[in-house]
Ligand binder design. Structure first.
Ligand code: SF4
Length: 348
């Protein structure tokens, strides 16, 4: 399958900012950003990142606020933290260079089979596979595999098949060709364009007409719902933020203070008092929701002026609001806060 695939890739590869590079740092950052995120969304993040953090050393040395800010909006923030952890390991243990072996790459924080395979094959020309969702889909269809691709044992099987199938001469191109084929031709959700596919003549799913049924994925567990009351607390032209704990969901990012449950205005005043603040003026109620993989937040927010102080809060002006990393779960509240601080900073 390598011949037709590589020929197709030569004529149809996507033009992407990280395409053509053999710099392991650039390959690594692009591949990590692309996990769980669409290519079009990644491009501006990647370009901004490379302008600000062009080397492993620069990434190792940047502060966490800057790191989170560069990642803000991409989600799954542990990816950014792991990038920095790994960069620091590369600087301390490998003189800032990437090890040219799959086994050593796999020891880096946050680097799994896929990322290690991508770096090893694209940057160092090692004949190893890089099996992501696109590759799983194409392979499951070509071989008409009816097993559940979310099952770790089945994924291991795919990994072994791909270790045998990968091109020995052009492993990086081969892996990228499969990724591009999955992203542009062998599309998910019953939309493969088999007429344009270089593998159509050897594809079992195409022969049997069962492309739409593959790959098989077991049902995902259902998502739970959490209700929150969020506070936009205004004082002297500034707005209250607090830092999330260093562990868990959205660790270390800045958020608007909030409590569990949906509270009506009267009840909502109670937490405000417990923070040592006194409500002066309830200005607005703002509803929002945000969906994570396993949980959905349904938020009721209040914009209110207060007096007093709370040691846990940072009172941010517009500039600080722009500088600090606030997760996109709070995007609606962030927009509101920006607007209110811009409209009447002296009265807010
Ligand atoms: S022939 Fe169709 S189903 Fe088979 S790999 Fe190509 S696009 Fe996918």
């Amino acid at each position: 399958m390598a011949g037709p695939l590589l020929a197709w890739y030569g004529e149809n590869k996507r033009t992407l900012p990280w395409r053509g590079t053999r710099d392991p740092y650039q390959v690594w950052v692009s591949e990590v950003m692309l996990q769980q995120t669409r290519v079009a969304a990644v491009i501006p993040y990647y370009q901004r990142w490379m302008e600000e953090l062009p080397t492993v050393q620069a990434l190792a040395e940047t502060n966490s606020e800057r790191l989170m800010k560069l990642w803000q909006g991409l989600g799954y923030y542990s990816r950014a933290r792991n990038l920095q952890k790994a960069a620091r390991t590369l600087v301390s243990d490998y003189q800032g260079r990437f090890p040219e072996s799959l086994r050593e790459l796999l020891k880096l924080p946050g680097v799994g089979d896929y990322t290690a395979g991508a770096i090893a094959s694209i940057a160092f020309g090692l004949p190893v596979p890089a099996v992501d969702g696109n590759v799983l889909r194409v392979t499951a269809r070509v071989a008409a595999v009816r097993e559940n691709i979310l099952d770790p044992a089945v994924r291991k099987k795919f990994q072994r098949w791909m270790e045998e199938a990968v091109s020995q001469e052009h492993p990086g191109e081969y892996n990228q060709a499969l990724m591009d084929l999955g992203a542009t031709v062998c599309l998910p959700n019953g939309a493969p364009d088999c007429g344009r596919c270089p593998l159509a003549s050897i594809c079992e799913a195409n022969r049997l007409g069962i492309q739409d049924a593959l790959p098989v994925r077991a049902q995902k567990p259902s998502r739970r719902t959490e209700e929150l009351t969020v506070y936009l607390l205004l004082r002297d032209g500034k707005i209250a933020l607090r830092r999330r704990p260093d562990q868990g969901l959205l660790a270390g990012l800045w958020e608007f203070p909030h409590v569990s449950g949906v509270l009506e205005e009267e009840e909502a005043a109670v937490p405000v008092g417990s923070w040592g603040l006194a409500p002066l003026d309830w200005r607005k109620k703002i509803e929002a929701k945000h969906i994570f993989t396993h949980v959905e937040w349904r938020m009721t927010g209040y914009l209110l002026a207060v007096k007093g102080n709370c040691a846990d809060f940072l009172w941010a002006d517009r500039e600080e609001l722009d500088r600090l990393a606030v997760p996109s779960a709070f995007a609606k509240y962030l927009a509101e806060a920006r607007e209110i601080l811009a409209a009447c900073p002296e009265r807010a």
